[in-house]
Structures are given as C-alpha cells and as structure tokens.
Design a protein around this ligand. Structure first.
Ligand code: SF4
Length: 374
C-alpha cells in the first residue's frame, strides 16, 4: 500500500468495537478518510456517533481502554470475544477471517508511511504525544495545580527526551513562542503562574499549547470549546486558527458544533452511528449538504444563513426525530433509516454504498440523486 507523500493520516476501513454489559458495541464501523499536510479535517456529528473513538484508535489507546472496561463489566460472552480477539491477533487474522465480529481495532491507520495498527507499545509511545498530539474533551482539570504553565508546557517536550539531549534554553524559547502563539498575553509574566490563576478558557489554551509545543505532524482536538461561553469559544478557535497558519498544522477537529467546524476545518467527515455518511469541503457540507442526516443535524441548530436558504427553497426546517440506533445491535441497511423522512424499503434492506457524487464530495445514501436539493 502506498500513501501519497502529502497525506499525513490515512484511515482505511477502520473498525473499533468494544464490549459492554449489553454485549459488543460497534462504535466505529468501517470508515475511511485522510488528512493531507497543512489540512484541517473535522469529524462532525451527534454525541455517541464514534468521533472520539476514532481519535482513541489513532492514538493507539482504544484497545487498552476497551479491555479495561471489559474487565470491570466482564461477562462470560465478553471474555470469550476477547479471547477470540487475542487468538486472532496472534495468527494475524481479522474478524472477517474468523466469521464473527470481535472487539478491538481493525483496518489501517497510515501515518507517515507506517500502519499504526502494526506498531508495538514502545513504538507507539514515540509517536503519541510527540508526532501525534491530542487535546481531550473537558481536560482542563488534567492540568497540575501546583506546577507553573511554563513547566507543564516544557514537560510535553521533556516527556519524549529519553536521551536527555534537549537544550534547556531552546526548550524555554520554544515554550514561550508557543504560549505567545495561543495569545495568553504578557507571556513573560504569565508563564510563571499556575492554572488556578487562569480562567477556564485560558486553561484550555494552555492545553492546546502543550499539544502544539512538540511541533506535531498531526494535532487532534476533541470538542475544544465545550462548556465555555461564546466569547471564550471565539478566543480558543482564534488561537487554533493562528497556530494552524503559523505552523502549517495538519489537524483533526472533533466537534458537534457547526461554528467550530466552519471556523477551523477545510473538509468535514459527518458521522452518525459509527459511520461516515458524508464527506466534503466545509463549504459544501455546511451550505449544500447531500445526506439527510447532515441536513437534519445542521437543521437541529441552524445558522441564519441556513434558515434563509432553506426557506427560499420552500423546504421545511426540522431537526432529527427519534434516537440514534442501538450500537449493540447489528445495523441492517442504512444507519439513518429509522430517523430519515426519505427512507424506503431499499434503505431498510441494503447498506448504502459510500460513493463520490461530485469531485471530492462523498455521500452514503441510496436516494441521493432523488432528494430535493439544498
Ligand atoms: S439511504 Fe435511505 S434512509 Fe438512508 S439516508 Fe438515504 S434515503 Fe435516508
């Protein structure tokens, strides 16, 4: 398999399943997308769609987390599935070879020419936190209240300096540059402060600085503006935009917020029920979405522009009725069929193909061509 030089991340046929009290949960089910150098791609969709699971799989921590929760909520069937998984891994077999869905991660995650799913933990540790960095959702409490932000930001560099080769002056220069980049204001004074002396929004920007300071090849941000007010959201998004431009950053932005995605992403993958149902440029997805889920999701919190456009075309503004499907059940047909106003028999019987309907615009819907256009 060859991956173009300017592709930083290529996710191919990714599956990530875990076990729970309800059985096997198919959290991410056969998705593919890529992030090119300097490009920002958004994973956009409702809660529980599988967006964070994709990030955990890329970071190589999904398997261990799922095993941990499996051990706390173990039942005989789940133990049997994990045993089968281990046996399959030893023999290099997939769940398809075994003839049964298994917990764990399958598929390919190409990063700088290597398939991350073939790495051992030691190799992964060299990449995680250095070449691929991550700001998890709601993580401001993870800052150490007793340590200055300068020390904590520098730690992101020292954590990967196993041979003690880093020059302290250069580290501090890089830390200051990065804290300046996220616009903390008067960095020379504020670098010596501790997290409790900052607002929640500033703490969030410090976490972003900690993820940026190693100059990652891929930066992943998971709902970076959750639980902050609009003014703080704008400051955080501005800081990310400035970093993108200054550092030519390749980014994966995870969010259910249209504004966040519109402001920070070049392209968007729309997720529901563990599937990517639409992919395209941010302009296309936000103003002329083709998949009924994308339309309904945007409609559930429409911008003024969307309201105007939809009214002009004589379409109805409606959100998403009902609940997402239970991921403990095998989905037959389209993952959106139970909530889609356009569903027909074919949608209940056959999974739609994920296909390119225009240059660079992919939609997973049997009826795309027949739907009223936005
Ligand atoms: S395939 Fe059918 S159910 Fe699924 S989104 Fe398209 S029209 Fe709706």
């Amino acid at each position: 398999m060859t991956v173009d030089d300017d592709v930083v991340l290529k996710v191919e046929g990714l599956k990530a399943f875990y076990t729970s009290k309800k059985g096997l949960i198919r959290a991410v089910n056969d998705i593919s997308f890529e992030v090119r150098k300097g490009e920002s791609v958004g994973l956009f969709g409702e809660s529980g769609a599988g967006k964070t699971t994709v990030a955990l799989a890329i970071l190589g921590i999904f398997d261990n987390l799922s095993r941990y929760f499996a051990s706390t909520a173990a039942n005989e069937e789940n133990k049997r599935l994990w045993k089968l998984r281990d046996e399959a891994n030893k023999k290099g077999l997939t769940s398809k070879d075994i003839g049964e869905d298994l917990p764990g991660v399958e598929g390919h995650i190409w990063f700088k020419g290597k398939d991350l799913l073939t790495l051992d933990e030691k190799e992964y540790r060299e990449i995680r936190g250095a070449e691929i960095t991550y700001v998890p959702q709601g993580s401001t409490k993870s800052l150490n209240p007793y340590s200055t932000i300068e020390e904590q930001t520098a730690e992101s560099l020292y954590a990967h300096d196993e041979d003690n080769t880093l020059n302290e002056i250069r580290v501090m220069k890089k830390v200051l540059q990065t804290l300046d980049l996220i616009e903390l204001g008067d960095v020379d004074i504020r670098k010596g402060m501790k997290p409790r002396q900052f607002s929640v929004g500033e703490d969030q920007r410090v976490l972003i600085a900690m993820a940026l300071v190693p100059d990652p090849a891929l930066f992943i941000a998971d709902e970076p503006t959750t639980a902050v007010d609009m003014a703080i959201q704008l400051r955080i998004l501005e800081a990310i935009q400035i970093a993108r431009e200054e550092m030519d950053l390749s980014m994966l932005m995870i969010s259910n917020n249209q504004g966040t995605i519109s402001q920070t992403c070049d392209k968007v993958a729309v997720m529901t029920a563990g599937h990517i149902v639409e992919f395209g440029s941010t302009a296309t997805i936000m103003t002329s979405p083709g998949h009924p889920f994308t339309r309904a999701f945007i409609m559930s919190n429409p911008s003024m522009e969307v309201i105007r456009k939809v009214k002009e075309k004589g379409l109805r503004i409606r959100g998403i009725p009902g609940k997402p499907p239970d991921l403990a059940e095998i989905i037959i047909g389209c993952p959106f069929k139970d909530r889609c106003e356009f569903a027909q028999d074919v949608c209940r019987e056959k999974k739609p193909e994920y296909r390119e309907v225009e240059d660079g615009h992919f939609v997973m819907c049997h009826r795309y061509e027949e739907l009223p256009k936005w």
